[in-house]
Design a protein around this ligand. Structure first.
Ligand code: ARG
Length: 461
């Protein structure tokens, strides 16, 4: 059959059923530019090894360029008979360069080392795209933090009021995981930047081709060390899928807070009309769909990772066709994030905060009780006892429907002689937040430093 990569030892072509199962052109077609880049590098290695003359190399490179053009303008399309993008491109090359020259390119390589290289090139490209998109989101979060330097809100543990914090501190708490995701992408890229080309089917090539040359041409650090590992492993793909899942999970946790903050009960944020949706029946509705889709799509990203890990588990070395199943999930993870991140960034950029409502709720639920206990420690009361005294004050207030600063001086004395009027100094939200000057704390000057540090860290990835 036309374009088949084998056949001499077969009495018949593939059955229609096999062809349908085996086909991957509908998803690997997008790898063509990487395949052609690999082919050009490989052609140069063939020429350097004496397998192509200088003229043949020129002809080969020109034919590959033309092939790329016709792929780009859509005139080169997959045929029914094409199993995968690699076979199709060889067919296209032979159409352009003729069987004599076109038939020389396959020397010393296999689709196994090709695909192992191409998937890295594809993912390295998209790691750069994702890096840019994640940086934009971090910038949006940092922008909101910078725009609200003094706003206080209830900080929570167990979803209960815990201690007052700055809104900017809470927002930046969603930025740091994304900074680590950027660093993960950077570290992953360094690990992924090796070229399996020249590994052949599994055992390496006998043609003495220069793997360093190919790696250099592809912008990679060097050739992989073991041809069996290079063609059989996909941990590079799985790790990428993990980073994509982690980004999804980090978005999802932020999304969940935005969804809560956007409820009538919280009333902390309003969504911009352009980044929220309505209801087909309830005219009053304005829904946080971007946040919900972020939360939902994180499940899909995790599914892509776990599916891939399950595919890899128990595969004997070296190449097995199962490995073709690495592509659809990881392509989906890339495409999902490349659509989700810009929408999420738009939502964050246009959030408006009701800082008055947040400030009003910040001290409620006795969230300054820790401040009372820590103030007592500064008065030389052992923390264990201070905790008891502050707890007794909470109980006193709770029974009488008071906030912690509302009892009289005499009431304080009746609870403990250590509760002198001086305690009132720390019974304000600003006092509480301002006192948390320890490393990474919510005091305004620490948060201002944090914002600067965040910007520096982004610049260094
Ligand atoms: N399309 C295959 C893949 O994605 C590469 C081809 C290798 N096929 C083979 N029969 N050795 O892994």
């Amino acid at each position: 059959t036309e374009g088949a990569l084998w056949g001499a030892r077969f009495a018949s072509g593939p059955s229609a059923e096999l062809a349908r199962l085996s086909k991957s052109t509908h998803f690997d077609w997008q790898l063509a530019p990487y395949d052609i880049a690999g082919s050009k590098a490989h052609a140069k290695a063939l020429a350097a090894g004496g397998y192509l003359t200088a003229d043949e190399l020129d002809g080969m490179l020109a034919a590959l360029d033309r092939l790329l053009e016709s792929w780009s303008d859509g005139s080169f399309v997959a045929l029914e008979s094409d199993e995968d993008v690699h076979g199709a491109l060889e067919r296209g090359l032979i159409d352009i360069a003729g069987p004599e020259l076109g038939g020389k390119l396959r020397a010393g390589r296999s689709r196994n080392d090709q695909i192992a290289t191409l998937i890295r090139l594809y993912l390295l490209d998209h790691a750069r795209v994702l890096t840019t998109l994640v940086i934009r989101l971090i910038d949006a979060i940092a922008g909101q933090a910078g725009a609200h330097p003094d706003a206080a809100m209830p900080g929570r543990t167990h979803l209960q009021h815990a201690q007052p914090v700055l809104l900017s501190h809470q927002l930046l708490a969603h930025a740091w995981p994304l900074v680590r995701d950027l660093e993960r992408l950077r570290d992953w890229s360094a690990r992924a930047s090796f070229s399996p080309y020249g590994s052949g089917a599994l055992a390496g090539s006998s043609l003495g081709l220069d793997g360093e040359l190919v790696a250099r041409e592809l912008g990679l650090t060097g050739p992989t060390e073991n041809s069996i590992d290079a063609t059989a492993s996909r941990d590079v793909v799985a790790e990428f899928a993990f980073i994509a899942s982690m980004i999804g999970i980090d978005l999802s946790r932020f999304a969940e807070e935005i969804i809560l903050w956007n409820t009538r009960e919280f009333g902390f944020v309003r969504l911009h009309d352009a980044f929220s949706t309505g209801s087909s029946i309830m005219p009053q509705k304005k829904n946080p769909d971007i946040a919900e889709l972020a939360r939902g799509k994180s499940g899909r990203l995790i599914g892509n990772l776990t599916g891939l890990l399950a595919t890899l588990k128990g595969l004997p070395l070296a190449y097995n066709r199962d490995l073709q199943e690495d592509k659809e999930p990881v392509f989906d993870s890339v495409e999902t994030l490349e659509v989700l991140l810009p929408a999420f960034t738009g939502m964050v950029t246009t959030l408006s905060f009701d800082t008055e409502r947040m400030a009003e709720l910040a001290p409620q639920g006795f969230s300054l009780a820790t401040d009372v206990a820590e103030w007592l420690v500064t008065q030389k009361v052992p923390f264990r006892e201070a905790h008891e005294i502050s707890g007794a004050l909470v109980s006193f207030c709770e029974q009488r429907g008071l906030e912690l600063d509302q009892p009289t001086d005499a009431d304080y004395q009746s609870i403990s002689s250590t509760l002198t009027p001086g305690v009132r100094e720390v019974l304000t939200v600003a006092g509480s937040i301002g006192s948390r000057t320890g490393a990474g704390g919510t005091a305004p000057e620490r948060v201002a430093e944090q914002l600067i540090e965040l910007t520096k860290r982004i610049r260094s990835v």
